[in-house]
Design a protein around this ligand. Structure first.
Ligand code: HEC
Ligand code: HEC
Length: 207
C-alpha cells in the first residue's frame, strides 16, 4: 500500500485529467497534415513505415506536447524538428485534432483477441517498484488521460525504439521523469514483449 501511495506522487506532475483541453480548426489541420505530414505518417495518420509512429486516434493533447517538445529541442529528433519548427501553437492544435479524429483501423480489445497482457502491463512488479502500465495507458492501451499516449496498435519497432530512448535517457521529455523511471528497469526481452502486446491490440498482425 505504501508503495502505491508513493507512486501516486508520480501521477501528480502528470496532472492526469480527462477532457478536451485542445481547441482548434480540424479542416485547417487536415490541410496542413496532407501537405506536410502524411508523406511519412500516412494518409489519415496510419503509417506504413514501422519506425514512423501512427498518429491516427492519438490524443491531441499528447501530440501537441510532442510537437512543442520537438520544436524546443526538449525531445530531440532532427527530422521532426524540421517539420514543426515553423508551426505555431494553433497550427499544432489544428493538426493534432485532425489526427485524433482519424480512427486506427480495427482496434481490438484484449478480450476480443484473447490476448493475455504481460504481467508488467496489468500488475507491474512491486519488487522492482514498477507500476503497472495499465494504470496510465489503460487496460487496452487506449489511455486513461489526455496527457498519456495511446499505445494500442502502435508499430512494434517504434515502441521498442522509443522505450530504448527512455531507458538510456536520450528521450527525457516525460513530465517529472516518471516514464524514464519505469522504463529504465525493463530488460530488452520485457520491452519487446510489451511492444508486441500493445501493437497487437491494434487488431492487425504485429509487424
Ligand atoms: C520525413 C518523415 C516525417 C515527416 C514529414 C513528419 N514526421 Fe512526425 N515523425 C517522424 C518520425 C520518424 C517520428 C519518430 C521520431 C522519434 O523517434 O522521436 C515522428 C514523430 C512524430 C510525433 C510523435 C509521436 C509519438 O507517438 O510520440 C508527432 C506528434 C509527429 N511526428 C507529428 C508530425 C507532424 C504534425 C508532421 C507534419 C507537420 C510530421 N510529424 C511530419 C517522421 C516524420
Ligand atoms: C504514471 C503514468 C504512467 C505509467 C505507469 C506508464 N506510463 Fe508510459 N507514458 C506516460 C506518459 C504521461 C507518457 C508521455 C510522456 C511525454 O510527454 O512524452 C508516456 C509515454 C510512453 C510511451 C511513448 C509512446 C509514444 O507514442 O511515443 C511508451 C512506449 C510508454 N509510455 C510505455 C509504457 C510502459 C511499457 C509502461 C509500463 C511498464 C508505462 N509506459 C507506464 C505515463 C505512464
Amino acid at each position: 500500500m505504501l508503495l502505491y501511495l508513493s507512486w501516486l506522487a508520480l501521477l501528480t506532475p502528470l496532472q492526469l485529467q480527462a477532457g478536451d483541453s485542445i481547441k482548434g480548426n480540424i479542416e485547417n489541420g487536415k490541410a496542413i497534415a496532407e501537405e506536410k505530414c502524411d508523406r511519412c505518417h500516412g494518409t489519415d495518420g496510419v503509417s506504413d513505415d514501422p519506425d514512423t509512429p501512427h498518429l491516427a486516434a492519438q490524443s491531441a493533447s499528447y501530440a501537441v506536447k510532442q510537437m512543442r517538445d520537438y520544436k524546443s529541442g526538449v525531445r530531440e529528433d532532427k527530422n521532426m524538428y524540421k517539420r514543426v519548427r515553423k508551426l505555431d501553437d494553433q497550427q499544432m492544435a489544428d493538426i493534432a485534432l485532425w489526427y485524433e479524429s482519424r480512427p486506427l483501423p480495427g482496434v481490438a480489445s484484449a478480450e476480443d483477441i484473447q490476448l493475455k497482457a504481460p504481467e508488467l502491463v496489468s500488475q507491474g512488479d512491486p519488487s522492482r517498484n514498477i507500476l503497472p502500465c495499465s494504470i496510465c495507458h489503460g487496460k487496452d492501451g487506449k489511455t486513461v488521460a489526455e496527457e498519456v499516449p495511446i499505445l494500442a496498435g502502435q508499430h512494434v519497432d517504434y515502441l521498442v525504439s522509443t522505450m530504448e530512448y527512455f531507458r538510456d535517457g536520450s528521450r527525457n521529455n516525460d513530465p517529472g521523469g516518471a516514464v524514464q523511471a519505469i522504463i529504465r528497469k525493463l530488460s530488452d526481452v520485457e520491452i519487446v514483449a510489451i511492444a508486441r502486446y500493445y501493437a497487437a491490440l491494434g487488431g492487425r498482425p504485429a509487424d
